[in-house]
Design a binder for this molecule. Structure first.
Ligand SMILES: [Zn+2]
Length: 869
């Protein structure tokens, strides 16, 4: 498409980072010597079979922060030595030869050496209880830090790995072990079968004292979990979720699982949530190892969703790979959508699409900013690809995929996906290839609809009213770009979004509610709804569309009266839209509080969760600015609305109580005891937290988060010491995370200082540092202190944290609130730039502005509301 072409980076800029496509790898033999216990050094040797399209005297290959030596090339019975020049600015090694190499088949061999890294990327070291490990994390462009390679997604090769290490270590890679050779010095060499064609970022290696679960099979595929010693009893759920996902994915795609086995590895220190290495998927421990007795339902659902997401990549991403990183979004958007789709079919009672609503809420928030980006973004360098790993790529992308599936229908969508995978089997493709396949399968014009959503940043706000015209009621709809800040002149010139619009129309009398569908293509449009006026109209049925809705005041009144008739996702969406309208001064605060009032006794835990987020902003951030009395008046309002609901349920579940009721209890406790600061509930939560630390069976697992959180938020030094010990001796990864994060919730300066200092040392794993600090920023009693600590210790923190996680901290700075702090933040990061988080910083500054526009008028409205009888 032309629009896409004009957005491609300038050829020269892109070329600066790309290898010569005339030289392509085939088979790669990679040998590694590594002994993580003995030290950080590793070395290896790699041999490439190459196809060269023309005679050449130089070969350029990716290599970063490695020592590369002994280059040799062989062709037609000859062998030449090469001279190696490292080019750090391009992250490559350029190998010069004295003579011209002919076109055709070449064999290149190189030796190399490196150091196990400390930043959770490339081949890195990790330590648990004195045992040392080596793991890889190579996406998007860290394979070149592990071994010299052609590190671009389209340069697929077949890898045969072998690893020499002390015999006591386990070695895991993408394929099955072919053979193990035992050396005479206590060493062994593990040879793995050659992989199918793979992009370099999907190569995997794990070395160390790892334990394996039993093997379960999904069809022909053997599945195992791997973990550090001590977690033997936490494997059943991961095995079950992997097997259930794999069988369903094979059925969906109509193609068998593409690799010879499936290992799922729980990695004790890991940068991201999980990584879809072909045949050897790596996870954070919290997302794979599950204790059925103490895990919360939310943790279990999240694990299932992530396991399924990674397995969806085995086809969508690994078997068929994006040609370049600009289409990374498609991998992630599709896998995100697919995981919810599959887990929802496996466990309908889990209501996964409600979780999806929570996940995409931050995407709608972010995409309203000026500094958002289109889902599809041209990228010249791997760093730019890194900066695109955000909620726009994943959650907005998944919303667009979902919208498209609803638009062309489930069956046609699946046919199109199958066609696309078969057509590009083991090769590379672009988003346009998928649109073509979907168009063929559905006969609908897919590209023109979907590209408006992927190539344009932002999303529309739909203003919707019902009008009587003659004998028919119409929905009168206008659309404009939704902006967190003031509208811009250019907005009025933007074309309309093509919106596959579905409305929930509440019929009067006995007629059942119905969905009205229409492809909206104009900025203003009338859609006939029928002869009788509807009882209510909800203009984003099931929240299937990625847009916000402002209902007219009559329509708003009707929704208040018929809130119970809306679907759960609609009630959740309604809360989010009303809050966004209030936050951007399109509606008065009272309008949101009316909705909160109408939904306060809602029986669905996800609706309560959707309410809690904005209510927390009002209670924790706005009320203290409104007046001296406002915080207590607001807390009383919360207790008034949610206290009785919790009182009716009590702390202790009835035997065999249903899941939703348990989740509702947890949510109501968090509201009434946390935001409502009910002193009786705080006392009881503190008592139960103490009991829970001694005896995990004393508390319903779903209450663990609110009970520990509420206790910590008013906790003393003694509780702090107990929680810290509990974190150190946790029985499960989820417990460790729960207790560790709660150390940032305390009100006292001494406790907060200790938590912050721990982030500099071994008390907090590298993977958790940013999360603990972000939690401390979100604790109103600790925000300022944490910010001062961040500034003081920034360079040390940055040495510990991968840049991707440093961005997480920048995201939290708007919690500081004031204009003076905005200036401080801007200045500080001007002096201490984080290149991969430049956009994150601009977004954070924009959020400061948006808060400052909101808080002035809103605090007066809140004060007046709380004082009104
Ligand atoms: Zn993914």
């Amino acid at each position: 498409m032309s629009a896409q072409k004009s957005r491609k980076p300038k050829a020269s800029r892109a070329r600066a980072f790309r290898l010569d496509t005339g030289l392509r790898p085939g088979d790669v033999d990679l040998h590694i010597n590594v002994d993580p216990q003995a030290g950080k050094a590793f070395d290896g040797r790699v041999e490439f079979e190459l196809d060269s399209d023309r005679p050449r005297r130089r070969i350029e290959i990716h290599a970063a922060e490695l020592r590369v030596h002994r280059a040799r090339v062989a062709f037609g019975g000859e062998s030449l030595r090469g001279r190696i020049v490292m080019r750090p600015e391009r992250e490559t090694a350029l190998i010069h030869f004295d003579r011209t190499l002919p076109a055709g088949r070449l064999r290149l061999s190189l030796s190399f050496a490196g150091t196990l890294r400390g930043d959770l990327s490339g081949l890195y070291g990790a330590e648990v209880n004195g045992a040392r490990y080596a793991f890889t994390q190579l996406e998007p462009a860290s394979a070149r830090k592990f071994f010299p390679c052609f590190d671009e997604p389209a340069m697929k090769a077949r890898f045969a790995l072998s690893v020499t290490t002390p015999a006591a270590n386990q070695v895991i890679s993408n394929s099955r072990e072919e053979r193990v050779a035992i050396g005479d010095t206590g060493q062994k060499t593990v040879h793995f079968e050659r992989t199918p064609l793979l992009s370099s970022y999907l190569v995997a290696l794990a070395v160390g004292d790892l334990r394996a679960s039993r093997v379960v099979r999904a069809g022909k595929t053997p599945i195992r979990l791997w973990f550090v010693p001590g977690f033997e009893n936490l494997v059943d759920f991961g095995l079950l979720a992997a097997r259930q996902s794999l069988l369903r994915l094979e059925e969906y795609f109509g193609i068998p699982y593409p690799y010879s086995k499936l290992d799922l590895v729980a990695v004790p220190d890991f940068e991201i949530g999980a990584m879809e290495n072909a045949g050897a998927v790596f996870f954070r421990e919290t997302l794979l190892l599950i204790d059925p007795d103490t895990v919360t339902l939310a943790e279990k659902k999240r694990a299932a969703e992530v396991i399924c997401h990674e397995l969806a990549h085995m086809w969508f991403g690994n078997l068929v790979t994006m040609a370049w990183w600009d289409d990374l979004w498609l991998n992630e958007a599709f896998a995100t959508w697919m995981a919810f789709w599959i887990v929802d079919r496996w466990k309908p009672g889990w209501k996964m699409w409600h979780d999806f609503q929570h996940h995409r809420a931050p995407a709608l928030d972010l995409d309203g900013l000026r500094n958002t980006h289109a889902i599809y973004t041209p990228v010249a360098s791997p760093e730019e690809a890194n900066a695109n790993f955000d909620v726009i790529t994943y959650e907005k992308g998944a919303s667009v995929v979902r919208m498209l599936e609803h638009y062309i229908g489930e069956a046609a969508f699946r046919r199109g996906v199958r066609k696309y995978l078969r057509r590009h089997f083991e090769a590379n493709a672009s988003a346009n290839d998928l649109w073509s396949a979907l168009e063929e399968a559905s006969g609908e014009g897919v590209a023109k609809v979907v590209q408006a959503w992927t190539l344009r940043p932002g999303f529309p706000l739909l203003r919707v009213k019902t009008e009587r015209r003659g004998k028919t009621t119409h929905a009168s709809i206008s659309q404009e770009r939704f902006r967190e800040g003031p509208a811009r002149k250019a907005d009025t010139l933007e074309a309309a979004w093509p919106i596959p619009w579905v409305a929930h129309v509440g019929r009067s009398g006995r007629a059942p509610s119905a969905h009205r569908r229409q492809l909206l293509t104009r900025r203003r449009q009338q859609v006939p709804l029928g002869k009788t006026a509807p009882r209510f109209l909800y203009a984003n049925a099931d929240e299937g569309g990625f847009f916000r809705v402002e209902h007219g005041s009559q329509e708003h009144e009707a929704l208040l009266q018929h809130a119970g008739d809306l679907a759960v996702a609609e009630r959740m969406g309604w809360v989010g839209h009303q809050w966004a309208l209030v936050r951007t001064r399109r509606a008065p605060l009272a309008r949101f509080l009316e909705v909160a009032d109408a939904l306060a006794s809602d029986r669905d835990p996800d609706v309560l969760a959707a309410l809690e987020r904005p209510l927390a902003v009002l209670g924790r951030r706005l009320a203290p600015l409104a007046s001296a009395e406002a915080p207590e008046l607001f807390a009383a309002w919360i207790r008034d609305h949610f206290g009785a609901g919790f009182g009716a349920l009590g702390f202790d579940p009835r035997p065999s109580e249903a899941g939703p009721r348990r989740l509702r209890r947890a949510r109501l406790l968090s509201l009434a005891g946390g935001l409502g600061a009910d002193p009786t509930l705080i006392r009881e939560a503190t008592r139960r937290c103490g009991a829970y630390l001694t005896d995990r069976d004393s508390l319903c697992p779903d209450l663990a988060d609110p009970v520990v959180g509420i206790a910590a938020a008013s906790g003393n030094a003694r509780l702090y010491a107990r929680l810290r010990r509990a974190a150190e001796r946790a029985h499960t990864p989820q417990e460790r995370r729960r207790f560790l994060l709660a150390l940032a919730d305390f009100p006292g300066n001494d406790e907060i200082d200790e938590t912050l200092e721990r982030c500099l040392g071994d008390g907090v794993a590298t993977q958790d540092v940013a999360f603990v600090l972000a939690r401390a920023m979100a604790n109103p009693a600790a925000t300022l202190r944490t910010w001062r600590f961040l500034r003081r210790r920034w360079s040390r923190l940055l040495r510990r944290m991968p840049p991707h996680l440093a961005g997480r901290l920048i995201e939290t700075t708007p919690l500081l609130g004031t204009k003076a702090h905005r200036k401080e933040v801007a200045e500080f990061f001007r002096e201490h730039p984080v290149p991969s988080a430049e956009r994150t910083l601009r977004q954070a500054l924009e959020r400061f502005d948006s808060w400052n526009r909101f808080k002035g008028p809103a605090r007066r409205e809140l004060d007046a509301f709380l004082r009104s009888p």
